[in-house]
Structure formats: structure tokens, C-alpha cells
Design a protein around this ligand. Structure first.
Ligand SMILES: Cc1ncc(COP(=O)(O)O)c(C=O)c1O
Length: 374
């Protein structure tokens, strides 16, 4: 379907085209190459960690991290159900059990009280997400992880650039995951990264990412023998993809500012005029980067259909993971998450992207008003 206003549009410019064109024309290093290392350096400097390792998706980054932390059969990992499914799936990838905790109303991230209630002697890690560009209650979760000696992995797939005071998401936990899928803050089409301060985790990730191979130089252009020291995958990001990542990351501040400015305009106009729709607000000192623009809406499903008829795309992020066929019927999960359920019944993601124009935002607002006035 072609939308008058899609949910998101990729922000790109000539530098994206030029950088990638140059790499293609070199006729070399399409798989591995120096831009992978350069992109990793830029990411770690930007987020403020000692190490960054890029992957071919956020999901393979999550998978690799759980392997690197030795999470295993018999272990439990506390996750939200209000998330994209790969957060919850990642413990399953390594034979561990995802345990769903509820979310809190303010940031729609994991509720520290609910997390505490779900800690058992099998719990090894807490895996919260920073939902839609808004930091979760990560400081409280960090205290909890310290108190119970648990690994804290931030799923920051949606929140590159978000921060609390001056501290970036991705630097609160032991490690964090980013995604560069096409609807994220910056994108390489598909892609992901881990950021961490742990040298040990960093070294394990390098092996897991590339077949368990010890690499002291470029495998494809070296005569030296390479040894394989553990089980690994091909989760590598290509050098061409990393090149796009470099040119996208150079625009990060501009992209975030455009998202924040559009979100401000939308919120001002929705707040003033419509009491049936509540834009989500972030707590003071929380710097929201608006990967998603979310509202809680009365008559949500009807509103969605009405806006679709006008050519405006909206979407439900997220239908809870524990209610999917896979978790409910196959894995037989039966959990009660009242806040998750309440939020999932009212949440609606409106179009949000850097290039969204004022007259397009006015159109969205007008049609929302028209819907509630019927
Ligand atoms: C919260 C969350 N976690 C993990 C992922 C997985 O990232 P990717 O799509 O890059 O595999 C996503 C992306 O959709 C996400 O939104």
C-alpha cells in the first residue's frame, strides 16, 4: 500500500550515496574492511564505551551477547513483553528461559518492582528496552542488578542518542545492543552493534561474530593460517554496510534534532486540543530521541482504521510478546501483566521521521480531531 504519510521515511543524503559508491567502485573489501573498524570507533566514541562491535542485525548482536555472558539452559532472563519479539527470543536462542516482568506507566520500560518480584535463584540477567527512543528506569534497574549480582543488558535498539542527564543509554548496563534496521534512528538497512566496557566480552564477541576464528589480520587477504577456537557464526556486518553507517552516524545529531522538533510540534498541538489522545511524556532529565511517536488513544482501533482511510499510516508497537501464538500456544506461557495489557490496548504509534513536514503534521492533527468530533 502506498501511504500519503507513511509511518517512517529513511533520512539520507548525497554523502550516503557518495561514500557507498566509492567503496563499490574500489572493487575490494565488500565483506570485511577498514570501515567496519572505523564505524566501531565512531560508535564507541559517540556512546561513550570502551568497545563497540558491529553485527549484521540487532538480533544477532543480542544473540551473541547472551552467548558471551555464558547464559545457558536452566538460566532465566527477565525481559519485558512490551517489546519487539527478538528481545524475548534471545534467551531462547541459548536455551535459557525468558521471564516476563511488567512495565511502568511513565516510560513504558520494565518496572523495577515487577523485575524484583520475578528474580529467582535461576535469574542471570535483566534485559530491559529503552522504548521508542525514551530511556527506561535504567538507574533503578542498575541498582537492582547490582544488589542481586545480575548481568544488566540494555536493549537500546530504538534509542541511540537518548540519555538521562548527560549519560547516554548504552552506558548504564554491563553491555548494550543497538539496531540499525531501516526504521531506527540511523540505519544501514539492516545492522546492529554491541557497546560495552568489558574487554573480555568484546573479545568473545569478535569470535562469536566470525566463526570462532582468531583473526589478527584480514582473513581474505592474508597468507597466515587462522585457527578456530570456539563455535561461531557469520554475524558480520559488511564493509559496505559499515560505510553507510559512518555517513549516517555523522548526521546523528541533526537527525535527532529534526525528530525532536517534529515531536514537539505534534505534542503541542495534540495536547492543546484533544483530550481523548495522550502523547507520552518522558520524565524530567530524560532526553527522548523519538524513534517512535506514541500516544495512548481512546477508540484506538477505530482511529487507526480512520487514519488509514485518509492515507495516514499508524501502527501498534507493541502487541505483547506473551500473547503471540508462539509464546501462548507453543511455549504455553500464561502470565498476568496488567500494565502491559492496559497499555497495549491503547498504544498507537503515529508517523514520525526527520523529513516529516509541518503541513503533513497539521494534516495528521486535523484528521485526528475530525475522528474524535464525528
Ligand atoms: C527493542 C528491539 N530490540 C531488538 C530489535 C532487533 O533489531 P534488528 O531488527 O536489527 O534485528 C529491535 C528492532 O526491531 C527492537 O525494536
Amino acid at each position: 500500500m502506498t501511504w500519503k504519510i507513511p509511518l517512517f521515511k529513511i533520512y539520507w543524503d548525497e554523502s550516503d550515496v557518495e561514500y557507498v559508491k566509492r567503496e563499490i567502485e574500489s572493487g575490494m573489501n565488500w565483506a570485511v574492511g577498514p570501515n567496519v573498524i572505523k564505524f566501531e570507533k565512531m560508535i564507541r566514541e559517540r556512546v561513550g564505551t570502551d568497545y563497540a562491535v558491529v553485527f549484521n542485525s540487532g538480533t544477532s548482536a543480542l544473540h551473541s551477547l547472551l552467548i558471551a555472558y555464558g547464559i545457558n539452559k536452566g538460566d532465566e532472563v527477565i525481559v519485558p513483553s512490551f517489546t519487539f519479539i527478538s528481545t524475548a527470543n534471545s534467551p531462547l536462542f541459548v536455551g535459557a528461559k525468558p521471564v516476563f516482568a511488567d512495565i511502568e506507566m511513565e516510560t513504558l520500560g520494565l518496572d523495577p518492582d515487577s523485575v524484583r518480584e520475578n528474580i529467582t535463584d535461576k535469574t542471570k540477567a535483566i534485559l530491559p528496552i529503552h522504548y521508542g527512543g525514551c530511556p527506561c528506569k535504567i538507574e533503578e534497574l542498575k541498582d537492582l542488578a547490582d544488589d542481586y549480582d545480575l548481568v544488566l543488558i540494555e536493549d537500546a535498539a530504538e534509542s541511540l542518542g537518548a540519555k538521562i542527564k548527560d549519560k547516554n543509554v548504552g552506558t548504564f548496563g554491563d553491555s548494550a545492543v543497538l539496531s540499525f534496521c531501516q526504521n531506527k534512528i540511523i540505519t544501514t538497512g539492516e545492522g546492529g552493534a554491541v557497546v560495552t566496557d568489558s574487554r573480555e566480552i568484546y573479545e568473545k564477541l569478535l569470535l562469536i561474530r566470525s566463526h570462532g576464528r582468531l583473526e589478527s589480520s584480514d582473513y581474505f587477504s592474508s597468507l597466515e593460517p587462522f585457527d578456530y577456537v570456539t563455535l561461531g557464526y557469520n554475524f558480520r556486518m559488511s564493509n559496505i554496510t559499515a560505510t553507510l553507517g559512518i555517513s549516517q552516524l555523522e548526521k546523528l545529531d541533526k537527525i535527532i534534532e529534526m525528530r525532536r522538533s517534529n515531536s514537539r510540534y505534534l505534542t503541542e498541538n495534540l495536547n492543546d486540543q484533544i483530550d481523548k489522545i495522550i502523547p507520552l511524556k518522558s520524565p524530567n532529565d530524560y532526553y527522548h530521541v523519538y524513534q517512535l511517536y506514541n500516544v495512548l488513544a481512546d477508540d484506538r482501533d477505530e482511529l487507526m482504521k480512520y487514519l488509514a482511510d485518509k492515507g495516514i499510516m499508524t501502527k501498534i508497537y507493541f502487541d505483547p510478546v506473551h500473547q503471540t501464538y508462539f509464546y501462548k500456544k507453543k511455549l504455553r506461557y500464561n502470565v498476568d501483566l496488567p500494565v502491559t495489557t492496559e497499555i497495549a490496548n491503547k498504544i498507537l504509534t503515529l508517523p514520525m521521521y526527520p523529513g516529516l513536514q509541518k503541513d503533513e503534521i497539521d494534516f495528521i492533527i486535523r484528521e485526528i480531531k475530525n475522528f474524535y468530533r464525528r
